[in-house]
Design a protein around this ligand. Structure first.
Ligand code: FAD
Ligand code: UDP
Length: 375
């Protein structure tokens, strides 16, 4: 069988590149995915009991400062404007995350919190974001006290549950995703554009695939049909180590066991996401009706239990950023660079902790480098 363009993976990366090839080059594209649905990890669906839109692979909030990416996706969806807010339970109180000036006042008595507020503003400046591992390096006694408190109460337990290691044993970029924010801005993200597709992510993906030049084959593993197909270009968004038959060893991932529970009450918790750094075995609970402000008599909540990825047992959710894994990935990357007309992109193929906007940007940039575009 011959196909001009094959895309492996019907997640966001695969769908963006397929959409561009079909709509801009007017060429046919076949997308393969081994799962039973489109959308990869952004797939959502209506829960049969509560009728609420649920994110099958955990909470997804789109956020970006990149207008190109925002405008690109806006062709395929209208938006429900939504600024994410997250709380963590610390000493029994729900405290704003990122930990900010309001969080300081929530957890300490006034005479301490006033002093700490003054100190952090004098020391770092107002509206500054400080990664916890940087705050930990403070020499000042008050800042040291604050750093130890936040490290212990917000980061240590959560990170051990999520990654199986302490924050300092991962690439700094992981805990820096959620800095200490010297501000009263309580939002989880500060990007200019923050929203959720009005009719869900799956609908947005369906709209992107709505082109007669694009066909999708689900329940189809590339490795099983690889020898039967020929192509002019292959875009691979699956795991890069799997593509090369694990020649240099497996790239580690974290997986999640997401347990969904229906509650026969209108609301279960005070907001969309509550983190539990210190309590329980799950990292966070997420109540989905908040995302699209859906109304219903009952509600649905997911609890996230993190676990190591095991081939054939669970799904890959998070690449594990550290120096050792980066080195291993680079070996695969070197092999990938030697292949002609095979392109690797996306969270699994690039082995990068991408947010959705970074995946879209990656796919659009790759498309713009294809020879056909630059002729
Ligand atoms: P994927 O969605 O993983 O798609 C890859 C697809 O390839 C899969 O469908 C897979 O089945 C298929 N595949 C792989 N190998 C093969 C093969 N051999 N044959 C056939 N098919 C194959 N980003 C945000 O911006 N905001 C958020 O709030 C956010 N929350 C997140 C929460 C969680 C719990 C997780 C895990 C991620 C979150 N993300 C978020 C990141 C976001 O999910 C990713 O950036 C994005 O979905 C990655 O898209 P992708 O196409 O690269 O990969
Ligand atoms: N983190 C933490 N406590 C929190 C929130 C985040 O320790 O209350 C750390 C943890 O290591 C986590 C990382 O910051 O894995 C990134 O958090 P983010 O919310 O960005 O993770 P994601 O949404 O990608 O799961």
């Amino acid at each position: 069988m011959y196909y001009k363009n094959i895309v492996v993976g019907c997640g966001l990366a695969g769908v963006v590149i397929a959409e561009r090839i079909a709509s801009q080059l007017n060429e046919p594209v076949l997308i393969l995915d081994r799962r039973s649905h489109i959308g990869g990890n952004i797939y959502d669906y209506k829960d049969s009991i509560s009728k609420i839109n649920v994110h099958k692979y955990g909470p997804h909030v789109f956020h970006t400062n990149n207008k190109l990416v925002w405008d690109y996706l806006s062709q395929f969806t209208s938006w429900h404007y939504f600024m994410y807010r997250v709380k963590a339970v610390i000493d029994g109180n729900e405290v704003n995350i990122p930990f900010n000036i309001d969080s300081i006042h929530k957890v300490f008595p006034k005479f301490i919190s006033d002093r700490l507020e003054k100190k952090v503003i004098e020391h770092f400046g107002f509206n500054k974001k400080i990664p916890i591992l940087e705050l930990n390096e403070s020499d000042d006694a008050d800042l040291k006290f604050l750093a130890e408190f936040i490290y212990e109460k917000v980061f240590l337990g959560y990170t051990i549950k999520q990654w199986g290691v302490k924050p300092e044993d991962l690439d700094k970029s992981v805990s820096s995703r959620v800095p200490i924010y010297i501000s009263r801005d309580g939002r989880y993200f500060q990007d200019k554009y923050q929203a959720i597709p009005s009719y869900g992510y799956t609908k947005m993906i369906e709209n992107m695939l709505n082109n007669s030049l694009i066909s999708v084959k689900l329940h189809t593993d590339f490795s099983e049909i690889q020898k039967l197909i020929k192509y002019e270009r292959l875009f691979f968004t699956g795991p890069i180590d799997e593509f090369f038959n694990y020649e240099f060893g497996e790239l580690p991932y974290r997986s999640l066991d997401l347990r969904f529970v229906n509650y026969d009450k209108e609301y279960f918790q005070s907001g969309p996401q509550i983190n539990y750094p210190e309590s329980y075995d799950f990292t966070r609970s997420v109540e989905y009706k908040y995302f699209l402000d859906e109304r219903s008599e009952s509600t649905i909540v997911s609890y996230e239990y993190s676990e190591a990825y095991q081939k054939g047992v669970n799904e890959r959710y998070y690449p594990v950023p550290n120096a050792r894994n980066h080195q291993l990935y680079n070996k695969y990357l070197e092999k990938a660079k030697q292949l002609k007309n095979i392109y690797f992109l996306g969270r699994l193929a690039d082995y990068k902790y991408y947010n959705m906007d970074q995946v879209v940007e990656r796919a659009l940039t790759l498309f713009n480098t294809l020879d056909e575009i630059n002729r």
